[in-house]
Design a binder for this molecule. Structure first.
Ligand code: IPE
Ligand code: IPE
Ligand code: MG
Length: 250
């Protein structure tokens, strides 16, 4: 594994936003396009508009940290043309949106490996992260070339020499490994669009007690209303963290 040294452009801070931590596995964009007889890339482009809708709606919906899974380490097994086009889409999205993110108080962090990303994307990530480092309204984490399992394995190796290793030590190291600027709160809610019911290597540590919602909605069709509907369902659930529900416990 080759993880680049953390960029010096933004220094880590202890910023811990209030609000929920919600992650979305943004799946189904290829099928959205295929169903229309269009190239898969058209689905990925339409998916960017869904990202914008969700990012705009998230702070008002009570989300303090939003993690969007955009490209997994396993996605390098896609045809090279699709992977390259996705990297271009991420670059133009970040370039086009970081001014607005800053204006809206959204702090952008990209998590994952950076050594396999094109230089133009890495530079854009560093610019977006620096420009929004002081924002406090919401944290937006885009997972690109991200594998929770690889990141955990690397964090454990790096922590090997720490005596009496705590979960806080591991969480801090995990943030460093994926180039995040600070540890994140545990995941409250994981939403996966596109109908598949699996984790696909997403947030295995942070998601230990996450509620999960699978929806058939394909990512490019996902709306602000779908987000609030998912949050409504989340608020109806009782989280027990291994304990008993309140009626039984009293
Ligand atoms: C998710 O959409 C985006 C990436 C994995 C890059 P897909 O490209 O997996 O879309 P489907 O699942 O084939 O429809
Ligand atoms: C998961 O989607 C990864 C992202 C959405 C970034 P995939 O389409 O790659 O997942 P699998 O292959 O169905 O597990
Ligand atoms: Mg898929």
């Amino acid at each position: 594994m080759h993880f680049m040294v953390q960029s010096k452009t933004c220094r880590p801070s202890a910023f811990a936003p209030s609000g929920l931590h919600v992650a979305i596995i943004m799946d189904g964009s290829g099928r959205w396009a295929e169903r229309r007889g269009w190239p898969r890339l058209a689905g990925h482009r339409a998916g960017v508009e869904a990202v914008r809708r969700v990012v705009r709606a998230a702070p008002e919906a009570g989300i303090g940290t939003l993690t969007l899974f955009a490209f997994s380490a396993a996605n390098w097994s896609r045809p090279a043309g699709e992977a390259t086009a996705l990297m271009d889409i991420f670059t133009s999205y970040l370039r086009a949106d970081f001014h607005e993110d800053r204006a809206c108080g959204i702090r952008v962090n990209v998590i994952g490996r950076r050594d396999r990303l094109p230089n133009a994307l890495v530079e854009t990530i560093e610019r977006a992260e620096s420009a929004t480092a002081g924002c406090r309204r919401m944290r937006l984490r885009l997972a690109i070339d991200y594998s929770a399992r690889e990141a955990l394995a690397e964090a454990v190796i790096r922590c090997g020499s720490i005596d009496g290793l705590s979960s806080a030590d591991l969480a801090r190291t995990l943030a460093e490994v994926v180039h995040d600027r600070a540890p994140v709160p545990d995941l409250d809610l994981l939403i996966r669009t596109g109908g598949e019911q699996r984790l696909s290597d997403c947030l295995l540590w942070e998601g230990a007690f996450a509620e999960i919602i699978f929806t058939e909605r394909l990512w490019p069709d996902f709306s602000a209303l779908d987000l609030t509907a998912a949050l409504d369902e989340f608020h109806r659930r009782e989280r027990r963290f291994g304990g008993l529900n309140s009626a039984v416990a009293s």
